[in-house]
Design a protein around this ligand. Sequence first.
Ligand code: ATP
Length: 700
Amino acid sequence: MSQTSDRQTEIAVEQAHVDVVYQRVDEMRGEARAMRVRGDELAHGARNEAIFEQAAMLFERDVMVRHATQILRSLDAEHEGLVFGRLDDTDGETMYVGRLGIRDVNFDNLVTDWRAPAAAAFYQATAEQPMNVVRRRVIRSTGQSVVDIDDDLLAPEKRPEDMAVVGEGALMASLTRARGDRMRDIVATIQREQDEAIRAPWKGVTEITGGPGTGKTAVALHRVAYLLYRDRRRMGGSGVLVIGPSPAFTSYISRVLPSMGEDTVELRSLGEVLDGAHAVGVDSAEVTRVKGSLRMRRVLKRALREDPPDVPAELRITFRGEVLKLDGRDLAKVRHAVHSMGRPPNQSRVDAAEALLEALWRKAESYGLGFDRKELVTELGERIEFHRFVVVFWPLMTEREALRLLADRDRLAHAAGRALNAHEVDLLVASWADPNAGPTVADIALLDELRGLLGPLPKRHRRRVQQQAAAEHQEWSESPRRGEHYDEYAHIVIDEAQDLSPMQWRMVGRRGKYASWTVVGDPLQSSWPDEGEATSARTAALGARTQRRQFQLRTNYRNSAEIFELAAQVVTDVAMPGQLPHAVRSTGVKPSVRVVAPAELAEQLLVATRQLLDEMDGTVGVITSSSRVGQARRILAAIDHERLHVVDGLEAKGLEYDAVVLVEPTELVTESTTGPRTLYVALTRATQRLTVLTSDPAWP
Ligand SMILES: Nc1ncnc2c1ncn2[C@@H]1O[C@H](COP(=O)(O)OP(=O)(O)OP(=O)(O)O)[C@@H](O)[C@H]1O
């Protein structure tokens, strides 16, 4: 039989099974709906029952409704390719692998969930270690129709005579497909080294490193789906948080987990980690470096000990005809004493009031006025003017109010002491000069630090503050998603971990007090210059968790070999042995490097972009330095195509496009604090085609 007719016959075989599965899914949907209705009836009935029975019925109702809803949610998730794999073993047994586990009415397996231990062989079997698998088949579908199949013959000597083997390899087929705006899941083609990281135990810290395009992000997300499946009670209960570098990145990865039926995971960018914040603006590399440094912790701590603005120079109050007065020095002593008690300032107003009354009593005593202490403290403590003084002497503050105070140069310089030099103080003051500008991504870690240092506001103040914040800044949402339980996640995934500043490590560390971690990154793509400081902050954030495991991914699935060869050149001087991955796919098309005169750059950018949009079906990214990205956007407004994206080198982190136009690569190096690493990121975003426009004839 020819390959084509073999293929058609085999597709028909698989279609027959897929049809049975979808029929069963329809039945299950009906059963789940009926279960929900039955649950509601129980609740109805409960109203007429005695109290004990009522409680039992309501509990049963809750369990039923929750279970039914969970089933419906999984069944209704995007199920393109619900069944995507099949294994034929040496005993002649067949197992289908899919996004969900599905059994027929007799409880026999129709499909095994890809995360179940039984499905592990689908990913782990190789020709060297076939694990009893003779043939591994990847089934590709559109909607409910099987469109193609690809086989791997793992044990040729055990192949029965009538077993057909067709296809050229599912992985290559998947890698060459055009990319869309959102990352796709890779359940059908997870590779063995990736599978090991995905199925690693949940406890402690799992570190996944690897070069660009090695599937670190994909692996981290599939690991989340796996952990939820294996331990839904723990992971689903307290929740899983995935942190990525930017909103563009979280949007890019946002479909992966829902397409696997998991829609409870929180995805947040670094500007959104603090509840309610949506910061997107970024500071210059120089300012980011100062704001991210651990020195800022000292600065913020000291800033909170400073006098608040507009604090009265003295407290004067009359008691029984005598004027009692606390001057600036007395007040400073009181402030110092209250801070020394160690309670956070927002929880110390009562302490401050008591300390002031105590100081007033001492003053009266020093005048020899012979008042009774208890009478003085009680009477003054109830006076409205005393309360008014306490409110300005010890204002309760939100983290945003506290940070805003630091836009004052003198105040910041005083708080900084020797922690920052004069230039750094100037940089910060300039970055906070516009009171209407929202916080930047780097500010969010400072705000989170301040929130910890200030302590929670008393309850009655919180609502006012939330409303005020929402009215003032669109970057803040009125309803925090997690509220007071922000530190109780069961599992935290940090993607692009090499870029977290020490202050950001502190911020994420606060959220993972009880969590296990998956930390994903590539030191060679780092945009954070001070490795030592970041490493110690990271060690502190991950705490003393003893279970640690490391996985290194070595195959670059994204870039063509031709593109990666060029990218690798820019980091050969800084790469450690073994740090560069191996690109598996060749397109035969070398990157096009065009030297253009500065005056022709705009025209050439339009030409190159149009050309790639014409030639490619998928996305086209234009990447340039942050100082040039605005200009590039203006030029490319003439094209305005939905497949076109214009980003700077930092925004490009974690993203990928079918084709990339890289504009003035040397500028990415000069504006970065980590030399060629951001350029390396930019050069490794394209799957198929890369055009570089440079005014430097010597580049690269
Ligand atoms: N086993 C696989 N099967 C199919 N596609 C894969 C596989 N592994 C990775 N890919 C694809 O390779 C591309 C790169 O993956 P991913 O973005 O996860 O890599 P990364 O290591 O996080 O990259 P970077 O560090 O450069 O951001 C994605 O399109 C992903 O879907």
